[in-house]
Design a protein around this ligand. Structure first.
Ligand code: ADP
Ligand code: MG
Length: 283
C-alpha cells in the first residue's frame, strides 16, 4: 500500500521544504522505505535541495521533464502532427539514491514554469493523482512539498494525498493561514466524498532550544488552541532551530548525514521522523 502525504501551509518560510527533504531521506534511508518526493512549488527549492543547485541547473538546461509536464502534457503540443501520448513516468522521475535492501529515493522535480499552470488551471488538477496512481505501486511513501497558495496545485495535492501534515513556525501571526487551510480541507472533503483525506497533524519547526522567547510561547499556545478547535493533532516531537538544516540543504545533505550536525539534533530529527511515520499509520 502506498501512502501519499502533502506538507502544506498557506504561509511560506515555515519549513515545508526543509521537512519534506529531511523526512524523505529519513523514510528511505532510516526506515527503509521506497520514497518518491514531489516538488509542487514553482520556486523549486526541493529540487535544488535534492539535486544540488548546479545539477538542477544542468537538468533544466537539458530541458528534461518536470512536474510541469505532468500538468501540461495535453496542452501546447510540440508538434501537432503527432497523436497525443501519455507522458512516460521514467522521464519525469529523477533517481536520487538506491540501497541494496530495495529502499530508494526518487524525485519529481519542479521548475518555475509551473507558475503557468496556475495561470491556466482548467481541468488539470486530476493529472497529478492520475500520474501518481500509475507510479504508486513502485513506492511505499509519496511525499509532496506544496506551494503556499490556495490554487490548482493545492487541489492537485489534496487529490493525490491520503494525509496532510502542516509545518508551523511558532512566530507572530503563525495562525494566520490555518483557518484558511481548515476551510479549504473541509471544502475539498465535501466535494470529494469518495476520497479519504485526513489531517495527520501539525509539526512545530524551528523552535528555539533555550531562552524560549515569549512570542514563541504565545504563538505555540495560539496554534495548539486552534488545532484543538479543528480537531487536528499536534506532533509530540518538534524540530528545533539548527543551522545544520540550511547548511545541509545547500549541500543536498539531510540533517542526519551531515558531519557537523550535533548528535542531539540528529536524534531529534529521527524522533520527528518516527512521529511522522506513526501519524500516517506507516509504523
Ligand atoms: N529547523 C530549522 N532550523 C534552522 N533553519 C530552518 C529550519 N527550518 C527551516 N529553516 C530555514 O528557513 C527557511 C525557510 O524554510 P523552507 O523549508 O524553505 O520553508 P517553506 O518551504 O515553508 O517556505 C530556509 O532557509 C530553511 O533553511
Ligand atoms: Mg518551500
Amino acid at each position: 500500500m502506498t501512502v501519499a502525504v502533502s506538507l502544506i501551509n498557506m504561509k511560506g518560510g515555515v519549513g515545508k521544504t526543509t521537512l519534506t527533504f529531511n523526512l524523505a531521506w529519513y523514510c528511505a534511508w532510516q526506515a527503509n522505505l521506497r520514497v518518491l518526493a514531489v516538488d509542487l512549488d514553482p520556486q523549486s527549492n526541493l529540487s535544488q535541495y535534492f539535486m544540488g543547485a548546479e545539477k538542477y541547473l544542468e537538468y533544466l538546461n537539458e530541458d528534461r521533464a518536470t512536474v510541469v509536464d505532468i500538468f501540461e502534457q495535453f496542452s501546447a503540443p510540440k508538434s501537432s502532427r503527432h497523436a497525443p501520448a501519455l507522458l512516460d513516468p521514467k522521464k519525469v522521475i529523477y533517481n536520487l539514491r538506491r540501497w541494496r535492501d530495495g529502499s530508494l529515493l526518487d524525485l519529481v522535480p519542479s521548475r518555475l514554469e509551473l507558475a503557468w499552470t496556475l495561470k491556466n488551471p482548467t481541468e488539470k488538477a486530476h493529472l497529478l493523482p492520475q500520474f501518481l496512481a500509475k507510479v504508486g505501486p513502485s513506492y511505499d511513501l509519496i511525499i509532496i512539498d506544496c506551494a503556499p497558495t490556495e490554487s490548482i496545485l493545492t487541489a492537485a495535492a489534496y487529490r493525490s494525498s491520503r494525509y496532510v501534515v502542516v509545518p508551523v513556525r511558532p512566530e507572530f501571526l503563525a495562525t494566520i493561514g490555518l483557518p484558511l487551510l481548515a476551510r479549504s480541507l473541509e471544502e475539498f472533503r465535501l466535494m470529494h466524498q469518495d476520497q479519504a483525506l485526513d489531517m495527520a497533524g501539525i509539526i512545530f519547526n524551528d523552535l528555539r532550544r533555550s531562552n524560549t522567547p515569549p512570542e514563541q510561547k504565545r504563538s505555540r499556545l495560539a496554534v495548539s488552541t486552534l488545532a484543538a478547535e479543528f480537531g487536528w493533532p499536534v506532533f509530540d516531537v518538534a524540530a528545533h532551530h539548527s543551522e545544520s538544516y540550511p547548511a545541509g540543504s545547500r549541500q543536498g545533505t539531510p540533517i542526519f548525514m551531515t558531519d557537523y550536525a550535533r548528535d542531539y539534533v540528529k536524534d531529534e530529527f529521527s524522533a520527528v521522523g518516527e512521529n511522522f511515520l506513526a501519524s500516517i499509520g506507516v509504523k
